[in-house]
Design a protein around this ligand. Structure first.
Ligand code: ATP
Length: 346
């Protein structure tokens, strides 16, 4: 296997009394689209700024392409960052904004003109090349910021909450655009977000952070289907968390048992609402009463309350397969596929 493009070892940051990032290791492969995901204040922006060279780490080393860049400033490492709010030069046109970096870097003027045109096409801004940033929409400004960073051909593009300033509809459109840009360029992107949906949609690798630590990393499917902790399960998507007890390597749940290596004691069984079958007849079933039944458009949202008072949320497709929702007050036997259950510490 090839070496990772970015290698962080023992990287940490403290601001006086605040330990914003605890010592951590992280590898990013060439071509990855990585989301640093976590709630406000978990240290993701601090980590991104350290990678970009805008903030010196308190401990640890940063390598890019096998070179130790820990002591190098932002302009000396082959990264480029798109900041929240974009930071465009207000007195320069779109084309001038994009061409500025290459000019300062002393690139050949003819080559710069070609690069700027290529970038304008890439982000679909050819028609507004001569406008000033103030005459652009939020989405267009975002695209100028992207083009301005990409024209420098960074080996890693860093994006700090790239879509935060956009309204929902534009956000969706820009998500698609970012994905196709990543595909078109074949580069390595790392972005910060607190929006789990955005992370799942964009990234091929999600790094989940909690209180300055990486608590899980993997594909979107990994972190969604196999959350490593209660925090990850609740932060990413909807999750049912059912209290249970592990004994002798098994967790007893409803009518059956789940193999689960680990110490005896209380645990939580995590299962997503869309993984639960109505009218289950497998080895793991839970019996209860339907206490809520709502049509949500593409799916039905049901709440089934168990004998011990636990409310279990179930999402079923509302289309052909779904047929009629079970009436309120009816009894339901829920089926839990063992493969869809994760066991985590309470
Ligand atoms: N310059 C600073 N001086 C002191 N403390 C700071 C500074 N910058 C960040 N912090 C603190 O470090 C912690 C991590 O901040 P950071 O901005 O990295 O988090 P974040 O996950 O990016 O949050 P957000 O999504 O709100 O930007 C927070 O507790 C924050 O208050």
């Amino acid at each position: 296997m090839s070496d990772p493009l970015l290698r962080l070892r023992n990287i940490s940051k403290n601001y006086r009394e605040t330990q914003a990032v605890h010592p951590l290791d992280l590898d990013v492969e060439r071509g990855d689209f990585v989301a640093l995901l976590g709630p406000s204040g978990c240290g993701k922006t601090t980590l991104l700024r350290m990678i970009g060279g805008f903030l010196p780490p308190s401990t640890g080393t940063i390598e890019i392409g096998g070179q130790d860049v820990t002591a190098l400033g932002p302009e000396k490492r082959n990264t480029n960052m798109v900041f929240q709010g974009y930071g465009l030069f207000p007195h320069m046109t779109v084309a001038q904004n994009i061409g500025y970096g290459p000019k300062i870097a002393g690139r050949d003027p003819e080559q710069i003109d070609l690069d700027v045109v290529r970038m304008l096409n890439l982000v679909h801004l050819g028609a507004v090349a001569d406008r000033l940033p103030a005459a652009l929409s939020g989405g267009q400004q975002q695209r100028v910021a992207l083009a301005r960073a990409l024209v420098m051909r960074p080996s890693i593009l860093l994006l700090d909450e790239p879509l935060a300033a956009l309204d929902l509809k534009l956000r969706k459109a820009m998500q698609d655009e970012l994905k196709s840009l990543h595909r078109a360029i074949g580069g390595t992107f790392i972005f910060v977000t607190h929006d789990q949906g955005e992370a799942i949609d964009l990234a091929n690798r999600i790094v989940v952070m909690e209180a300055g630590r990486i608590v899980q990393q993997g594909t979107p499917e990994d972190v969604y289907r196999r959350p490593a902790s209660r925090f990850v399960a609740s932060f990413i998507g909807d999750a049912n968390m059912l209290s249970a007890v592990r004994k002798g390597g098994e967790v007893e749940i409803g009518s059956g048992r789940l193999p689960s290596p680990g110490p005896d004691g209380p645990v939580l069984v995590v299962i997503r609402p869309d993984d639960i079958a109505l009218a289950g007849d497998g080895p793991l079933t839970l019996a209860g009463t339907v206490t809520e039944s709502r049509f949500m458009g593409p799916y039905l949202r049901l709440v089934v309350t168990l004998a011990d008072g636990t409310a279990v949320t179930v999402h079923r497709p509302s289309g052909a397969e779904g047929a009629a929702p079970p009436p309120m007050g009816s009894t339901a036997t829920l089926g839990l596929p063992a493969a869809a259950c994760s066991v985590v510490a309470p």
